[in-house]
Design a protein around this ligand. Structure first.
Ligand code: SF4
Length: 385
């Protein structure tokens, strides 16, 4: 791996100062949660994104950041890809943002976590979970790219939702509403620390009675509590045994904090579900999941239990990610890379993914179902795979 380069402007367009752009009134100061995750020093921006109202609001929020013009948020040498960034992976996520305009507006069918995958208002993440698949297209150091045209994304969603009409046949995703995952490639709770993209989406969905937004999160952002989602947004707190999370979920909120937040989010008008994911198989995994489920049973109030459901996803890993992780977080790989338990799974994009072998995975899913039945019988398992 070559040494990291600090020359982030190489191959880029002109540098332009944030103060040269049109002013945007009243930038809000970063919250303490934002201050913990971000120390934004550079913002790569497509010109149209920088000039947009949302782009200007972000730039005003970080007036000391160096702003670097780029042709496309997809192609930023020295930022994307893996070479040179392994040693400074977390620093990139802390210090860098990207502003872009989302050009492809496609709603994809899903059928597992949601009925549909919405075009997201961002991609990339400020957290650094060792198993994360989100960086697969931009490289593993990918910081948050915020799309500044949420108005077009929302208009596209409005047309799609109108085209579906009422949901006449219940699915495991939801009995009545068409569920749209709005956070497939990032964490909407963290995006909400720096701009209104998540708020825009939540506000839009509260006006669509046949649809519901849904996103998974590993970060407790209490600023979301004031958005009044009126039951039209499902927040899915991801949980796993805290010992695993401390090793694997870098920069996220502690698992007990995510569970403890469920009641407040329900009271604020969210539907609150849980993602039991990823389930990482290791000696004693089932005992620790039992402890976690008992903890949820102990601390969650009846109102949360009554509406809660969960999805469970066993770990899928990736050879390229394994090799990158060996460069910055090898102890995570002792848990994640288990050739004795895993088999190759061919992905559509040509990556070499691995998942637990057929004879391992089936019994593990069955064991997890038994644990839920024993320790958290109120928790409806929507699906497990
Ligand atoms: S929070 Fe989600 S998107 Fe962010 S690094 Fe972790 S798994 Fe990836």
């Amino acid at each position: 791996m070559p040494p990291p380069s600090d020359d982030h402007t190489a191959g880029q367009g002109a540098l332009f100062p944030a103060e040269a752009l049109s002013p945007h009134p009243e930038p809000s100061p970063p919250s303490s949660a934002a201050a913990r995750l971000f120390d934004i020093r550079e913002i790569y921006a497509e010109p149209d994104a920088a000039a947009s109202p949302r782009g200007r609001a972000v730039l005003d929020r970080f007036p000391d950041a160096r702003v670097i013009e780029v042709d496309s948020h997809w192609r930023i040498p020295h930022l994307h890809g893996n070479e040179g960034n392994v040693e400074r992976w977390v620093r990139v996520k802390t210090e860098t943002l990207v502003l872009g305009v989302r050009k492809t507006l496609t709603v994809r069918p899903n059928g597992r976590s949601a009925d549909w995958i919405a075009p997201g208002a961002s991609n990339g993440c400020a957290m650094a979970c060792a198993y994360c698949y989100v960086p697969r297209r931009k490289g593993y150091a990918n910081p948050i790219t915020l799309f500044t045209n949420t108005d077009r994304i929302i208009a596209h969603l409005a047309r799609h939702i109108a085209g579906q009409g009422h949901k006449d046949t219940p699915s495991q995703c939801d009995p009545k509403a068409w569920v749209y995952d709005i956070g497939e490639n990032g964490d909407c709770s963290v995006d909400a620390l720096i701009c209104d993209n998540t708020a825009d989406m939540i506000r839009a969905f509260r006006g669509w009675p046949t649809a519901k937004a849904s996103f998974a999160t590993k970060f407790v952002n209490r600023e979301l509590l004031c958005l009044d989602p009126r039951g039209r947004t499902r927040i899915r707190f991801s949980v796993m045994p805290p010992e695993d999370s401390r090793l694997l979920d870098i920069r996220s909120s502690p698992v007990p904090e995510r569970i403890a937040a469920a009641e407040d989010f329900l009271e604020a008008g969210y539907e609150v579900h849980f993602n039991l994911s990823p389930v990482v198989l290791r000696p004693g995994w089932d005992k620790d999941w039992a402890v976690l489920l008992r903890h949820m049973d102990d601390v969650l109030p009846p109102a949360v239990k009554k509406q809660a459901a969960a999805e469970a996803i066993l770990l899928t890993h990736n050879k390229a990610l394994h090799e990158v992780n060996l460069g910055w977080h090898p102890s995570a790989e002792e848990l994640l890379w288990r050739p004795d338990l895993q088999q190759a799974k061919h992905s559509q994009n040509g990556d070499t993914n691995v998942r637990y072998r057929t004879g391992v995975k089936g019994p593990a899913v069955q064991r997890l179902r038994e644990l839920i039945a024993s320790h958290a019988p109120w928790l409806t398992l929507r699906y497990a795979f």
